[in-house]
Design a protein around this ligand. Structure first.
Ligand SMILES: Cc1cc2nc3c(=O)[nH]c(=O)nc-3n(C[C@H](O)[C@H](O)[C@H](O)COP(=O)(O)O)c2cc1C
Length: 361
């Protein structure tokens, strides 16, 4: 039982496991282990994206890999970060200053992508340009699926994929011509909608017709892979799993939190990007739940507000405020192992699960 589904044919992979990561070594390791590694490029400048794609290619050899971008159409076209920060009402800056003082966070010296960039359509266009010019085999779009970008990716010879969190968004992605849909449920780490994976996946499979669907959100074991196939998906797309792998090189403070976390240690918060995002609960999410906390701003202004503080938290390793996006499947990842180890285990467990169901007669 190798579970060689249609997505294996489409992408030339051996295992129906797609792995999303912000880590170059993790992305390459997933592809090398027979799945499809997907690098999240949203936090990188266009020149970096080109370089990252070269590094992944060097590590992955001729195995296919994908680049993924967040392309929310709700974000405007202001590109001036300083101006955007200056326009944020004082009560927000005061609240962020309060977090800084309560936790004694020195200023950031290095900064981050979000202390240099304001998410805007101009930035997205430049990121898309870099991704399409790279030799990534696949282009994945999340949070928005602009039809024009999908058709350009196809014209550039890339397979295309789109992450969606609700049936009402499926048709638009299909009309744009994507090769595969990813049905990502509420359990998932990072940006997530409101519909649970079990409720979502079969609905998207029905709407998608001949277009293959991957199940995402809460996949933490081979039992989930077998269940996803039973729901009509052609494979799984996982993000949380890789955070505790050796290749990910997670900061030990965050790693400890991830290894200890159970499903209900994750919370949904708009405190990072302005959109609902599942993260492990820490003093950061608690701060934004204080009775005196303002409602977080919308994307891209929340990131303009908190970008410097979060860069400083990471740089100075302010333990209580250090967090990571993670989904409810974090409960399944309690020890550090390799990417290939995670994938082998999932395939073995899926075979056992499928056999157990078949044995029911
Ligand atoms: C740390 C982390 C960061 C993520 N960042 C992005 C991102 O930048 N773009 C994106 O499309 N999805 C992102 N995701 C979501 C994944 O693509 C995937 O849909 C999700 O992790 C699947 O659910 P799971 O976390 O239960 O495995 C992220 C997930 C995690 C855990």
């Amino acid at each position: 039982m190798e579970f060689r589904t249609r997505v294996c044919e489409i992408f030339g992979i051996e295992r129906p496991i797609f792995g999303f990561s912000h880590s170059i070594p993790v992305t390459a390791a997933i592809s090398r282990a027979g799945g499809l590694g997907v690098f999240g490029a949203t936090m990188h400048e266009p020149d970096q994206i080109k370089e990252i794609a070269r590094e992944i290619r060097a590590l992955a050899g001729d195995r296919p890999f994908a680049l993924d971008l967040l392309l929310p159409q709700s974000v405007g076209d202001d590109t001036d970060l300083a101006e955007a920060r200056a326009a944020i009402p004082k009560k927000y800056h005061d609240f962020v200053e309060g977090i800084r003082q309560r936790h004694d966070v020195p200023p950031s010296r290095a900064g981050s992508f979000y202390t240099r960039n304001l998410r805007s359509q101009t930035l997205f266009a430049a990121q898309v340009e870099a991704a399409l010019a790279s030799d990534a085999d696949v282009f994945a779009a999340a949070v928005g699926v602009p039809a024009e970008v999908i058709s350009r990716a196809r014209a550039a010879g890339k397979k295309t994929m789109a992450l969606i969190g609700a049936p009402k968004h499926a048709q638009r992605a299909l009309d744009a011509g994507v090769d595969v849909l990813i049905a990502q449920g509420y359990d998932a780490g990072a940006h997530t909608g409101t519909i649970g994976t079990f409720s979502l996946v079969p609905q998207i499979v029905d709407i998608a017709g001949d277009v293959p669907v991957l199940a995402a959100g809460g996949v933490g074991s081979g039992r989930h892979l077998a269940a996803s196939l039973a729901m009509g998906a052609q494979g799984v797309w996982m993000g949380t799993a890789w955070l505790v792998t050796t290749e990910h090189r997670t900061d030990p403070i965050v790693l400890e939190k991830l290894l200890a976390a159970k499903s209900d240690d994750t919370v949904i918060s708009r405190s990072y990007s302005g959109k609902t995002l599942r993260m492990i609960r820490t003093a950061w999410s608690d701060e934004w739940n204080r009775p005196d906390a303002p409602e977080p701003l919308k994307m891209p202004h929340q990131q303009a507000l908190v970008g410097e503080l979060l860069a400083a938290v990471r740089e100075h390793r302010i333990a209580p405020l250090m967090w990571e996006a993670a989904g409810q499947s974090i409960a399944y990842f309690n020890e550090v192992t390799t990417v290939a180890g995670v994938m082998d285990k999932i395939m073995d467990e899926a075979r056992d699960a499928a056999r157990a169901v078949a044995a029911l007669g």
